[in-house]
Write a protein that binds this ligand. Sequence first.
Ligand code: NDP
Length: 312
Amino acid sequence: MKKPELLLVGPMMPHVMAAMESDYIVHRLWEAEDREETLDRVAGQIRAIGTGGRSGADAALMDRLPNLEIIASFGVGVDTIDVEHAHDRGIIVTNTPDVLNDEVANMALALLLATTRRLVAGDRFVREGKWRDGPMPLEHGLRGTRLGILGLGRIGKDFARKAGLFGMEIVYNGRREQPDQPYRFMPDLVEMAAACDHLVVLCPGGPSTDNLVGRAVLDALGPEGTLINVARGTVVDEPELVAALVEKRLGAAGLDVFADEPHVPEALLALDNVVLQPHKASATIETRHAMGDLVIENLRAHFAGRRAVTPV
Ligand code: NDP
């Protein structure tokens, strides 16, 4: 039987690409000299898209592929895929949830510890020889503080469980209360930020959360407050965040994600109260392998006539 044809929008890990090459006829769109010509030539044969991260899959791309059945995405966030349009057309969208909870939650914790205990500033302090002139100023510990989670989902719950070990009171905000959870629900985000020492963003990106964390939330968090964002840069109003940090209306920030990656606002680079990461919360070898395996399993299930493993 002829192999199904798959359009790979951007490169994936070698073991994922190798599995794809063995199962499908793969068209590597990012390597095409002429993207439009390639799409015109292969459009009618394509039954699957492999994508992820910034590449995504918009409605225009889907509509060029009349026989598209499935979009298999590497990553849990599907904000760069027009899921509604896919579902209207009966196209299955899959992502890679759960296998990355552990590491993304760990990154949120690492950023919370790095910002509150000023790890990067401390490292610089030692390297620059300033220690010889005296100690660094004292910091606040986590125990006894209040932590607000925006988005108590799969990652948020893993994070909350771990953060609880540090002796913080945990509250959360989202679109609805989850009565089975042991944490207090706070339906108003500004009120939650005002009541918290730390706000950790763990909700999805996309239009429904665009700039959800704006000036009012940042000011409510205040000059002693810490913002951690490992979700999507779009959830936080970035110019307002930069202004709040520069004007010291916000205490500190730990950021893994940005509005226009890989571009980071210049002003953040000069700030001592900010810890920056290049969007790598899920980027351990084990987790990325598990994510890649899930992409392959979703495709295999679909083309074997079974339900996809993790449909969106
Ligand atoms: P889930 O869907 O399990 O959880 C998302 C949570 O956000 C839910 O609790 C949901 O609660 C809440 N939420 C959804 N929409 C809104 C809204 N409009 N306003 C407020 N809260 C909302 O997702 P995951 O935990 O698996 O992943 C969360 C996000 O983390 C991903 O979408 C992705 O963007 C990001 N991520 C980042 C990574 C990185 O490398 N930095 C890696 C992996 C994920 P409710 O429905 O009650 O509102």
